[in-house]
Design a protein around this ligand. Sequence first.
Ligand SMILES: Cc1cc2nc3c(=O)[nH]c(=O)nc-3n(C[C@H](O)[C@H](O)[C@H](O)COP(=O)(O)OP(=O)(O)OC[C@H]3O[C@@H](n4cnc5c(N)ncnc54)[C@H](O)[C@@H]3O)c2cc1C
Ligand SMILES: NC(=O)c1ccc[n+]([C@@H]2O[C@H](COP(=O)([O-])OP(=O)(O)OC[C@H]3O[C@@H](n4cnc5c(N)ncnc54)[C@H](O)[C@@H]3O)[C@@H](O)[C@H]2O)c1
Length: 480
Amino acid sequence: MTDSADEYDVIVLGAGPTGENVADRTAAAGLRTVVVEAELVGGECSYWACMPSKALLRPVAALDEARAVAGVREAVGDRRLDPAAVLARRDAFASHWKDDGQVTWLRETGIELVRGHGRLAGVRTVAVEAEDGGERVLTARHAVAVCTGSRPVLPGGVPGLAEAHPWTSRDATSSPTVPGRLAVVGGGVVGVEMAAAWRALGSEVVLLVRGAGLLPRMEPFAGELVADGLQAAGVDVRLGARIGALRRADGSGPVTLTLDDGGDLTADEVLYATGRAPRTADIGLEQIGLKPGDWLEVDDSCTVLGVDGGWLYAAGDVNHRALLTHQGKYQARITGAAIAARAQGRTLDTSRWGAHAASADLAGAPQVVFTQPEVAAVGLTLAAAEEAGLRVKAVDHEIGAVAGASLYADDYRGRARVVFDLDRGVIVGACLVGPGVAELLHSATVAVVGEVPIDRLWHAVPAYPTISEVWLRLLEGCRG
Ligand SMILES: Cc1cc2nc3c(=O)[nH]c(=O)nc-3n(C[C@H](O)[C@H](O)[C@H](O)COP(=O)(O)OP(=O)(O)OC[C@H]3O[C@@H](n4cnc5c(N)ncnc54)[C@H](O)[C@@H]3O)c2cc1C
Ligand SMILES: NC(=O)c1ccc[n+]([C@@H]2O[C@H](COP(=O)([O-])OP(=O)(O)OC[C@H]3O[C@@H](n4cnc5c(N)ncnc54)[C@H](O)[C@@H]3O)[C@@H](O)[C@H]2O)c1
């Protein structure tokens, strides 16, 4: 390929869910838009994160729910998941790691695609290195949006870790085979979800957590109920566990973990689910005065701080506001609107909840952890609200005590909490744990983001007999 210069209105670097949605919005505003993608259009979410992981986890919940209802329980008996069928369904949800469908969508939406590794090469300029080594230099009349996402991060200073070739989230979501023994390091979201999935597929799973509980950013009872649920499913959950070293003789056989308490643990694979780092090490940040490898700090309109001219945006995982696909897509809608407004010479509305402010990131992003049982949370935890100086009270209720929950599952076990702001009379946080709570989360999100006064929420009547009747008990607790 020969060198050439291409001028667009907007360049989007990275075609994950965030980049796709920025491009969708700017193209819809009539701006000539190009996206640059080094791997697959659709990003981590489509091929190695949300979609394949949830395809692995949905059968786990379906089987648990069947077992929880007398009559169905007897029909299911002690049958286990069929790994081959689950993995085949997972492969289909990952589109067999081919992006033809999403490339077609880009074309039909009027967005151009340039494949290759992109790097900022100056103001509103991106140089793309194609796989064949050729370079193409793209310039943007209005904006560049960096949407390069994040990658798994491994802890430093652990002897033998690199040589042990640990699984990362990519292997854990795409493995074609079920390991006999799987050690999982990390009690965050990836750790608990993948422990649940592979245990249900037949692996012997040990979950090694360095802290005192699982899911440390959520209400403490969420981690406790998930630890109980995983243990009941046969996962060996070890809290306060630290790995001193790993040994894997030939790089592919069994791996032995030496624990700080002196014990050894041997597994066929070890998954490190120990957090994420931004994909900014090699995107030319040094060309515009920023530090490679850093998260990109942005204002509420996702404009990158420390860069003059308001032409550089960063949305999705790479800005570290909320590492979730739906928040990345939300930021993308805000970013696209901001780029279009600036291109049309309009002033941005960056007031709280304005058209060009990703305010919901700060109110607390909704999140569902698809484990055993499900966890659904939005807004502030009690601890976070107190730390923020709010005068709050927590109202808790056992979800199993409402009629809808007892019909949903025999011996339903689950708990709900809302965090009530006593001064403003609104709910600032909610956490629901139990079978089937995922679909309840949006009601909590509307209450929190909408800042709906408690006296008005009292008139939002949940249908009988559904799990959502737990809202009545929670509202009673708020009203005192
Ligand atoms: C195992 C797992 C499960 C998850 N499950 C969920 C879930 O259920 N729900 C949820 O909301 N979130 C989930 N997440 C988080 C979610 O995957 C991320 O928040 C989401 O993918 C972020 O989207 P993004 O577009 O910002 O980045 P990404 O999806 O990472 O996409 C970035 C894209 O940029 C490309 N790129 C990077 N650098 C360059 C470059 N220099 N040039 C060209 N292209 C480049 C990459 O190839 C990639 O395609 C999960 C994460 C993991 C790891
Ligand atoms: N269902 C979902 O919404 C979903 C699912 C998976 C991932 N995600 C997103 O992806 C992101 C990444 O998930 P994650 O689980 O990798 O990160 P995380 O930050 O949620 O959890 C990482 C865990 O690893 C532990 N840890 C860190 N360093 C360690 C070390 N050296 N040794 C032992 N433990 C260590 C941390 O204490 C933490 O509990 C999350 O922010 C999450 O929002 C979302």
